[in-house]
Write a protein that binds this ligand. Structure first.
Ligand code: MG
Ligand code: ZN
Length: 221
């Protein structure tokens, strides 16, 4: 790595160490954890809300919401039936492993199967800060445009799954799905993808099935 950025490297490695500790806590409890990232308005909170409702009775879900100032999204998750913890980042544009560590102290992991971490809405930096989740998930949406993988390659490279939300709007906005997917494929070949609409419910089942199957694997670790 470049010798010009030793301070940044030091911060990242301290963060990575804590992320490993967070991961160990998830693994010890047999919990599957995902880090959900997106630009503001892509529909993270709606997806999480619907996921909590749909998986009730199948998975015990905890939700950690990182927001710059409000607790509105955590309130929505709690209303949907999850154990919800709010992290106010105090203006920071991403979550880091320290913030997650303190949030984990407020959740009883032994009583959970899945922890959903809703990161701050931002496509610039969140993927650079490991939290300790097993999978990074990026929620994209049709109205944002089909050029996002080309504009934010770091985000698209750093995730294990891409959710393409709001497909019900495809007839109404210019969006070339082939162009979008070529961009993803070039950056992150073979990454898991879901095309869905939180509004109509189309495609949600495949997403739910993936979470359930990954959570089963985590429980066996
Ligand atoms: Mg939200
Ligand atoms: Zn940031």
């Amino acid at each position: 790595m470049s010798s010009k950025i030793p301070v940044v490297e030091k911060i990242l490695s301290a963060n990575d160490r804590l992320a490993l500790e967070n991961r160990a806590r998830f693994d010890a409890a047999g919990v599957f954890a995902i880090n959900v990232m997106a630009s503001p308005g892509a529909g993270k909170t709606s997806l999480i809300e619907q996921t909590i409702r749909a998986l009730q009775g199948k998975l015990r879900i905890g939700m950690i919401n990182g927001d710059i100032a409000t607790s509105f999204d955590a309130d929505r998750a709690a209303a949907a039936g999850a154990a919800a913890v709010q992290i106010n980042t105090g203006g920071d544009c991403h979550l880091d492993a320290v913030m997650l560590q303190s949030a984990l102290g407020q959740l009883d992991l032994s009583s959970l199967d899945l922890v959903i971490i809703e990161n701050v809405g931002n496509l610039i930096c969140p993927a650079e800060f490991k939290l300790g989740a097993h999978k990074n998930v990026l929620v994209a949406s049709i109205p944002e445009g089909d050029d996002k993988p080309y504009k934010y390659p770091g985000m698209y490279r750093g995730v294990h799954a891409v959710v393409i939300n709001k497909i019900d709007l495809l007839p109404y906005v210019p969006f070339r799905m082939d162009f979008f997917k070529e961009g993803i494929e070039a950056l992150n070949p073979g990454v898991v993808q879901f095309e869905l609409s939180c509004r109509t419910g189309e495609g949600l089942q495949a997403w739910f099935n993936w979470l359930v199957s990954e959570a089963r694997k985590a429980a066996l670790r």
